[in-house]
Design a protein around this ligand. Sequence first.
Ligand SMILES: N[C@@H](CCC(=O)N[C@@H](CS)C(=O)NCC(=O)O)C(=O)O
Length: 272
Amino acid sequence: MLKLYSYNSSICAQKVRITLAEKGLAFDVQNIDLFTNEQFKPEYLKVNPKGVVPALDHDGKIVIESSLICEYIDEAFPQPPLMPADAFGRARMRLWSKEVDEHLFEATRELSFSAMFRERMRNMTEEQREGRFNNVGDAIKRERLMSTYERGVESPYVYQGIACFETAFGKMEKELSHGAWIVGDRMTLADINMMPFVARLDFLGLLDAWIADRPRIKDWWARARALPSFRAAIAEKTSEAEAAAMKKFGSPLLTRVRERREEYLRQPRAAA
Ligand SMILES: N[C@@H](CCC(=O)N[C@@H](CS)C(=O)NCC(=O)O)C(=O)O
């Protein structure tokens, strides 16, 4: 039996839900409400001591970390394969998991936070807000969130996030010159890893800041969005009200995000 500890709008859980849908696997869902701090409850910390979603329970075996969960699912349920058949292809695919885990996850968290969650936190009482920050066990993560809460899109962490997406999209546009998908000619976990992040930027009305001048990514995005697995895992799980709220709070930031991207592009850089 498969059980996913999840939260609908969690980008990391969305990766896993696309993977499960591609495999055609049935699974139970336990919703962990990140806004009422269910992730920090002792019973959930026994499942995932990091206090984050997702976590997968497969017949009592718990797997955490979304990139590892996706690989686990592909190994445990091999059909259809979502990893390249050769070792070199798998190494290239894993570069994208690292890109997401090391850079784009935080970049997306900061961008989303500066647009939407910041607004939600503004509506909290001082006590609730303090409680929310104090619950963030990791001091660096707390500092990033507090900076984004206070300065929004002007936070240096948001600027860093804009730069991370610029770098990643630059690489992706190049990779897509070889075929329809990021690694090789089949869709792999590299594509699935990227989908929720691109979807979030699109929901926020910010995606154009990076892809307006990247035609291959635009085509990739049209293909990805049309997948039944994408629709089941993300599009159909996002209510009209949620989509409208993301657009409402995100799109006013587009001009400033574009300016900050331009600022980044003007910085002298070593040749790639
Ligand atoms: N590296 C982890 C990150 C998981 C993560 O931070 N999940 C977010 C939702 S996308 C979460 O649960 N946040 C709750 C919190 O930070 O309190 C993974 O890929 O599974």
